[in-house]
Ligand binder design. Structure first.
Ligand code: BES
Ligand code: MN
Ligand code: ZN
Length: 493
């Protein structure tokens, strides 16, 4: 729970009071805060550098149990991300000590280069995103979420900024939900189980939901989704979530890859590569969570989330390399490799979304290729689109949320690499060079001319190591990005 208070920070009774300091300027006007920071600067351990922190117990002149000062670095280099990480780390400390209450002092208009609102917003984001662990399966819980976090703001601004806090909280709770879903092991996350969990939340949120089960998928000839699911004991599904306000005239579709476990199929993955493949539904989780957020943010747009769900496994009924299938779109595909399953299910889902909902814009998000991780590393998602305007909207949203994307080229020359001698297209390119690009080109075969962007999140979706405001494992990457993109489109479409 997050609230805004206007109490004098020195009079706040809390397990922890957090204040921030730059190395070169004062960010507060409060004389006691300024004095405390100056005093601690005299100690060699603290100078206000980024990442510095110091804890004072029962500090004189305060009513808090502990006071933590976090370093923000040079004032010229401050960005919203500086505040997210600094506050994220502070909340992480509070969680390690299982503190129940924390109060965080927001700098006044001194850091006006950024504006008060973005500073407040990013501090709230850092706190919300950090205040979470995935401990459902642990008896001994080493950390605990802080029960109540108060943000201390100057009196005059409190009313005005309540909305900023509510919005940030709503969106970040979506990120946390996505993390939980992705961290859940595949044995508790079959397509049916995952769909049921999302449907339960969606119905509470008043989203329209539709679940296509296996029989319906067969009847409607989702040949690619059925082919990927053929080796699994768990049936596939397609989940459709819809935000449809009465006045909305325009439609955006979001499509998320939902492979609840990717063994590779008969082109079985090796031991290293198979390890984190429960996270191969991170695109689905991001789309589902973004839809839940949008039900609260209520943009004046129709948004449809289409989520294909399968488990890619091995058995006597599994699809074989060399098999030829007929996809939902009618195109036939030679299965050159059963491990290139993401594009297969996305192709069907994209073709379905386009045919059924005729969206003006379609964005898909997927842990699609290892090649994208090789190209861009773990911090950047690959953005693929032939549409410059759409690229610009997504790239700006990526900067705003710090869910960073890098635009990759989609050159037509490489389309030939997907040619098949026996079917309309091969899901496996002829060679492995540029594999993130050929994967995107494969998807483009199913968009039927719709304005489209593909975001490959194979790198940023799952990090073994924790960071300033994210525990180890799933990051929930994409939820905040998709929400920002949709909100921007609602303003400009
Ligand atoms: N789910 C994987 C991609 C992936 C790799 C995600 C590493 C996260 C981390 C995808 O289904 C896959 O196996 N892609 C293949 C495609 C290839 C067979 C054309 C790949 O990237 O090797
Ligand atoms: Mn695969
Ligand atoms: Zn996969």
């Amino acid at each position: 729970m997050i609230k805004l208070v206007t109490t004098d920070p020195t009079r706040i009774k809390s397990n922890l009071l957090v204040i921030a300091a730059c190395e070169d300027i004062n960010v507060y006007e409060h004389p006691r805060l300024v004095a405390t920071i100056q005093q601690s600067r005299r100690l060699n351990e603290f100078s206000g550098n980024r990442g510095d922190e110091i804890i004072l117990y029962q500090p004189a002149g305060y009513m808090t149990e502990r006071l933590m000062i976090v370093g923000l670095g040079e004032s010229q280099k401050l960005s919203p991300e500086t505040f997210r990480t600094a506050i994220g780390r502070a909340v992480g400390r509070a969680m390690q000590h299982k503190l129940s209450t924390a109060a965080i002092t927001v700098p006044g208009p001194v850091v006006s280069g950024l504006g008060f609102e973005p500073v407040l917003e990013s501090m709230v984001e850092g706190a919300c995103l950090a205040n979470h662990t995935f401990a459902r399966y642990k008896r001994d819980k080493k950390t605990a979420a802080v029960k109540q976090i108060a943000f201390v703001v100057p009196e005059k601004t409190a009313a005005k900024h309540r909305r900023v806090v509510r919005k940030a909280e709503a969106i970040c709770s979506g990120t946390l939900m996505a993390r939980d879903w992705v961290n859940t092991p595949a044995n508790d996350k079959t397509p049916q189980q995952f769909a049921a969990a999302v449907v339960r939340s969606s119905e509470k949120a008043n989203l329209k939901t539709k679940l296509l089960r296996k029989r319906e998928l067969s009847r409607q000839k989702f040949g690619a989704i059925l082919a990927v699911a053929a080796g699994s004991e768990s049936d596939p599904a397609v989940l459709v979530l819809e935000h449809f306000p009465a006045r909305a005239k325009r439609t955006i579709a979001l499509v998320g890859k939902g492979v609840t476990f990717d063994s590779g199929g008969l082109n079985l993955k090796t031991n290293v590569r198979i390890n984190q493949m429960k996270a191969d539904m991170a695109g689905a989780a991001a789309v589902a969570a973004a839809m839940l957020c949008l039900s609260r943010l209520k943009p004046d747009l129709r948004v449809v989330g289409v989520i294909p769900l399968v488990e890619n496994m091995i058995s006597g009924t599994a699809t074989r390399p060399g098999d030829i299938i007929r996809t939902y779109s009618g195109k036939t595909v030679e299965i050159g490799n059963t491990d290139a399953e993401g594009r297969l299910i996305l192709g069907d889902a994209i073709a379905y979304a386009v045919k059924k909902y005729r969206p003006e814009i379609l964005i898909d998000m997927a842990t699609l290729t290892g090649a994208c991780v090789i190209a861009l590393g773990e911090e950047l998602a690959g953005l693929f689109t032939p549409d410059d305007e759409l690229a610009e909207t997504i790239l700006q949203s990526a900067v705003k949320t710090h869910e960073r994307c890098w635009r990759m080229p989609l050159i037509e020359d490489y389309r030939d690499l997907l040619k098949s001698d026996v079917a309309d297209i091969n899901n496996m390119p002829r060679h492995r060079f540029g594999a993130a690009i050929t994967a995107a080109l494969y998807l483009s075969e199913f968009t039927a001319g719709t304005r489209w962007a593909h975001i490959d999140i194979a790198g940023p979706a799952f990090h073994k190591k924790s960071s300033a405001y994210c525990g180890p494992g799933a990051t929930g990457f994409g939820v905040r990005l998709l929400c920002e993109v949709i909100l921007r489109m609602a303003k400009t479409l």
